[in-house]
Design a protein around this ligand. Structure first.
Ligand SMILES: [Ca+2]
Length: 247
């Protein structure tokens, strides 16, 4: 009998060793709204369950309708270590709503895509959120994330003007712009402009030292609004906008 067992073991292929890398994704399903600054984040977690250091990686793929910040997560993991990598997922305005699927390694993450509700803010409904330039640490969407502690800043110290712009695929009506800047080193002078075959200034702020300034103007139908920044207060001589809302 022992001989038979030994013979079988020799003839049968050995079972593959268990994968020492444990992959998890959080959340396991993702509701997502279209729009450049409505991205959501997936946390891709790779854990080394073995007693040896190793390289671990996970490939990500998605239909063309979804934009993945990266399609490969690759990391060096000492024994017993876990690495968590955030991956931003977004979809362009106008992408058909519906059910999509992101593949992370062997894991499927269902994505439910919807358009912003008609009652959503104009910032949420913007099809384009752009700026003259930006710094990696202070990206464009930091000015529309609802968090006054994060801000956009331009990438050209001491060069003025800069601009920060919202655009819509269908015309909207605007009569108010609220600009929040970081306390101490925020914006001092700027114009609020609307697109009407060219940029037209509808409000100007000069000598500002407040954190939030509201500009009101007669209602204007338009497809884009921009803040033309002219000068700032203090540190680094940069344009900084912590939050912009228009209505
Ligand atoms: Ca912010």
């Amino acid at each position: 009998m022992k001989i038979m067992s030994a013979l079988l073991c020799a003839l049968l292929p050995a079972a593959p060793p268990p994968d020492p890398v444990h992959l998890t994704v959080d959340p396991r399903s993702l509701p997502l709204t279209t729009g450049p600054c409505n991205a959501r984040e997936l946390s891709v977690r790779l854990a080394n369950t073995s007693t040896q250091p190793l390289y671990a990686d996970a490939e990500l793929s998605a239909p063309r309708a979804l934009h993945l910040q990266r399609t490969l997560v690759s990391t060096w993991l000492p024994a017993g270590y876990t690495s968590t990598v955030p991956v931003r997922v977004s979809a362009t305005t106008g992408t058909p709503p519906g059910d999509y699927r992101i593949r992370v390694g062997a894991i499927d993450v269902p994505v439910t895509l919807s358009a912003p509700a008609p009652s959503a803010t104009l910032v949420t409904r913007a099809a384009e959120v752009t700026a003259a330039s930006f710094r990696a640490k202070n990206p464009i969407c930091a000015a529309t994330d609802g968090d006054p502690a994060t801000f956009w800043s331009d990438g050209t110290t001491k060069y003025w003007p800069d601009w920060f712009q919202l655009g819509w695929n269908t015309p909207v009506t605007v009569s108010r712009a609220d600009v929040t800047t970081p306390p101490g080193n925020g914006l001092r002078d700027w114009d609020v402009q609307v697109w009407s075959g060219g940029w037209q200034t509808v409000a100007s702020v000069r000598g500002n030292t407040a954190t939030t300034r509201t500009s009101r103007f007669p209602p204007r139908p338009t497809s884009a609004v921009r803040i033309l920044t002219l000068s700032g207060n203090g540190l680094g001589d940069l344009s900084r906008i912590a939050e912009l809302t228009v209505s």
